[in-house]
Design a protein around this ligand. Structure first.
Ligand SMILES: [Zn+2]
Length: 319
């Protein structure tokens, strides 16, 4: 009998429940946005119902699964499965999420930060296969990361290791980060940063072709829109993508000096910017690392096909 694994990815705007096979392929998936208006208990209820539904409609029983892996976008204290805080959903302050799910199932519930889950998925099924150590970075609205050391997720003391988005790349910066500090990598190189960076360019007197688009809205500058700008040869989009790549390169250089990993895998929406972005990340990194690079460091794109969040969550149940 082939093995089946169950994962749940809980984000700020949507959640997903899926079954995957031993190759990391999604067999069945339910996704929905219905959790966003609910309180903590309501969210656990609705997701529990869908987990039970997906197990049932695939002719399985709970006991056919080694457990249920849950990836949650927030700070998780892994040892007791408590959500310390999240900026993505209302409530969830010191909330015992794992225990709440555990009381509804007879198989183990594994709860981790969504970036750790994605890192584990990448290690099991994607670009990390065959490596003992790797760093995974997801660059989307925010910047998350997962650290794999010696074939295991490294979580740190509290469980919040890998918050590279809050490492400071410009201490004198006037760009405020969501954490309250100035000059974090996230303030320069995440999706959240893009409207500020765009506005700054316009204030400097630069002209963007994007402002001529009929549905242009300056507060809705997304990675997708800048990709469009890139394809239109828009100088402002090109400049922002180039600078984002520069700061990611600096961030990765700092990671390299701290952890010396053989592999860094990039995932998340902003990697859709493609070669101009990746080339800038690589050239910045290799330029800074120079002759300190004694062994190769590979910087590559996620090889997970499909919903990486939920595949990673399911992978949490695989040793
Ligand atoms: Zn920060």
């Amino acid at each position: 009998m082939t093995s089946v694994f169950c994962g749940v990815d809980i984000g700020g705007t949507k959640y997903s429940v899926a079954l995957i096979n031993e190759k990391g392929k999604i067999l069945d998936e339910i996704y929905s946005r219905e959790h966003t208006g609910r309180n903590e208990e309501g969210l656990v209820d609705i997701i529990t119902r869908n987990i039970k539904k997906i197990i049932r409609r695939n002719g399985l029983q709970e006991s056919d699964l080694p457990g249920i892996g849950i990836g949650f976008a927030g700070h998780i204290r892994y040892r007791d499965g408590v959500v310390i805080t999240t900026s993505n959903l209302k409530g969830f302050r010191n909330y015992p999420l794992r225990e709440k799910f555990q009381s509804r199932f007879n198989i183990p519930i594994l709860l981790d930060n969504d970036a750790n889950a994605q890192a584990w998925g990448e290690y099991k099924f994607g670009a990390g296969q065959g490596f003992d150590d790797m760093i995974f970075l997801t660059i989307s609205t925010g910047i998350g990361a997962g650290i794999i050391i010696n074939k295991a997720i490294y979580r740190g003391n509290t469980g919040t290791a890998g918050e590279f988005g809050h490492t400071i790349v410009e201490p004198e910066s006037d760009l405020l980060c969501t954490c309250g500090n100035y000059g974090c990598l996230m303030a320069y190189a995440s999706g959240l940063a893009l409207p500020h960076l765009f506005e700054k360019k316009l204030k400097e007197g630069k002209k963007s072709k994007l402002t001529l688009l009929p549905d242009f809205n300056p507060s809705e500058i997304t990675g997708q829109l800048l990709k469009k700008g890139l394809d239109m040869d828009d100088p402002v989009s090109i400049e922002i993508i180039d600078e984002s790549g520069y700061y990611m390169g600096v961030g990765i250089y700092n990671i390299f000096q701290a952890l010396n990993p053989p592999l860094i895998v990039l995932g998340g929406g902003l990697t859709n910017w493609g070669d101009p972005y990746l080339n800038k990340i690589r050239s910045t990194f290799y330029g800074l690392a120079r002759d300190m690079l004694y062994d190769p460091v590979e910087i590559t794109i996620s090889k997970i096909i499909g919903n990486a969040g939920v595949i990673g969550a399911a992978a949490l149940t695989i040793k």
